[in-house]
Design a protein around this ligand. Structure first.
Ligand code: ADP
Length: 135
C-alpha cells in the first residue's frame, strides 16, 4: 500500500485514464493521496516569441479543465498540470513531491500489448520509486 500515488495522464489517451485511477485507488493506503499529473510540452523560446500573449496561460487553463473532467467524480484526486517534457518532468515531480508509486499506462490506446511507449519507458528506467505499468 502506498502513501502518495502519482498517475500521469496524457489527455489524448482515453480509457487508460479511468483504469489507472481505479488501480491507484486500490493501491492507496488509508489516508493516502493520489495526484493526477498532465505535462504540457514546453515550447522552445524561438517559437514562444511568436505565440500571442496570454495564449500559454489559456492552454494551461484548458488542460486543467480537461484533466478535471477526465478525473470525473473520483473523490480525493488532485489535478496538476505543469509545463515540461513528459518523460523527464514526471519523474522529477515524483521525486520532489514524495511520491512512492507511479501508476502509468504502457502506451497510447490501440498499440500492441508488449509495446512500452516512450514516456512510460523513461519513467520505468528513471523513477526513484516503484512504478506500476498498466497493460
Ligand atoms: P506512446 O509513446 O504510445 O504515446 P507514452 O509512453 O507517451 O506512449 O504514454 C504512456 C503513458 O505515459 C500515458 O498513458 C500516460 O500515463 C503517460 N504520459 C504520456 N504523455 C504524458 C503527458 N504529457 N503527461 C502525463 N502523462 C503522460
Amino acid at each position: 500500500m502506498y502513501e502518495h500515488i502519482l498517475v500521469p495522464i496524457a489527455l489524448d489517451h482515453g480509457n487508460h485514464t479511468a483504469q489507472a485511477l481505479e488501480l491507484a485507488q486500490k493501491l492507496k493506503k488509508e489516508g493516502g493521496r493520489i495526484t493526477a499529473l498532465t505535462v504540457i510540452e514546453e515550447v522552445p523560446p524561438y517559437i514562444a516569441q511568436y505565440i500571442p500573449e496570454g495564449q500559454l496561460e489559456k492552454n494551461l487553463e484548458e488542460a486543467r479543465a480537461q484533466l478535471k473532467a477526465e478525473i470525473g467524480g473520483i473523490p480525493g484526486v488532485k489535478a496538476e498540470v505543469i509545463l515540461g517534457h513528459p518523460g523527464i518532468s514526471i519523474t522529477e515531480y515524483a521525486e520532489n513531491k514524495g511520491v512512492d508509486l507511479i501508476v502509468i499506462a504502457s502506451h497510447r490506446p490501440g498499440l500492441q500489448d508488449y509495446f512500452l511507449g516512450s514516456t512510460a519507458a523513461r519513467v520505468v528506467r528513471h523513477a526513484n520509486c516503484s512504478v506500476h505499468v498498466v497493460r
